[in-house]
Design a protein around this ligand. Structure first.
Ligand code: ADP
Ligand code: MG
Length: 240
């Protein structure tokens, strides 16, 4: 589904991604962990061209999206993204947030968009909030709306950048539970997270980034139980 070959990203003189290569198969759940500033967000943002890699190639379903010829909006239609800080449209109700892009970008009829939107809001447990504005919601509710909104585009890939990092502790579980439901549907997911138990439990594969280098890649149980590099051992010592 996703193939990254020798990705580098340079900001000014700062090489923040160094020769990263990995493959993510359809239906796989990949968690990306590593210290702050290690390049996790930049890597994720390269996958939907929110950042253009400085060199290297990214293939989504065998299409090279880094050759400068592709329509970025077309690529992003198929790749949903959920951010740490929700990024909901503040002037729209919950239901409008979820139904806007399908109508505008996918040219869905209002009727279809409303039907799908209501179904998605039911799935994330927010039917009673359809007409509320984002500023009336808790952080956990906002993030569940953001997930429903991304899913409303019916993407084949979902990217999550620290979706629970801005939440009060008691709201983390409701968001992780929604993400687990999504894992069970077979969605291809790439998740940057500091929730190590979650990362271990749901992932088919863990990527450990340190200073822009993909230091370790592999089975979560092996990684968490027997990390190979000193960097990973030090990191896990600090967070577990
Ligand atoms: P992480 O998500 O692992 O905390 P980031 O990908 O956000 O790491 O950042 C990696 C490095 O790239 C950091 O040193 C950060 O300051 C730098 N960086 C990220 N985005 C930009 C940008 N748009 N311009 C310049 N430097 C950036
Ligand atoms: Mg980040």
């Amino acid at each position: 589904m996703i193939k990254a070959s020798n990705i580098t990203k340079v900001f000014g003189k700062n090489e923040v991604l160094k020769d990263i290569s990995t493959t993510i198969n359809k239906g796989e759940v990949v968690t990306v962990i590593g210290p702050s500033g290690s390049g996790k967000s930049t890597f994720l943002r390269c996958l939907n061209l929110l950042e253009q890699p400085t060199s290297g190639e990214i293939y989504i379903k065998d299409v090279n999206i880094t050759d400068g010829k592709v329509d970025k909006l077309e690529i992003r239609k198929n790749i949903g993204m959920v951010f740490q800080h929700f990024h909901l449209f503040p002037h729209m109700t919950v239901l409008e947030n979820v139904t806007y892009a399908p109508q505008k970008v996918k040219k869905q009829s209002k009727e279809t968009a409303l039907k799908n939107g209501k179904e998605l809001l039911a799935k994330v447990g927010l039917t009673d909030k359809e007409d509320a504005y984002p500023n009336r919601l808790s952080g956990g509710q906002k993030q569940r709306v953001a997930i429903a909104r991304a899913l409303a585009m019916d993407p084949e890939i979902m990217l999550f950048d620290e979706p629970t990092s801005a939440l009060d502790p008691e709201m983390v579980k409701e968001v992780l539970d929604v993400m687990k439901d999504l894992v069970d549907t077979g969605m291809t997911m790439v998740i940057v997270t500091h929730e190590m138990n979650f990362a271990k439990e749901v992932a088919d594969k863990v990527l450990f980034l340190d200073d822009g280098v993909l230091m370790e890649e592999g089975n979560p149980k092996e990684f968490f139980d027997k990390p190979k590099t000193t960097r990973a051992i030090d990191f896990l010592d600090k967070v577990l």
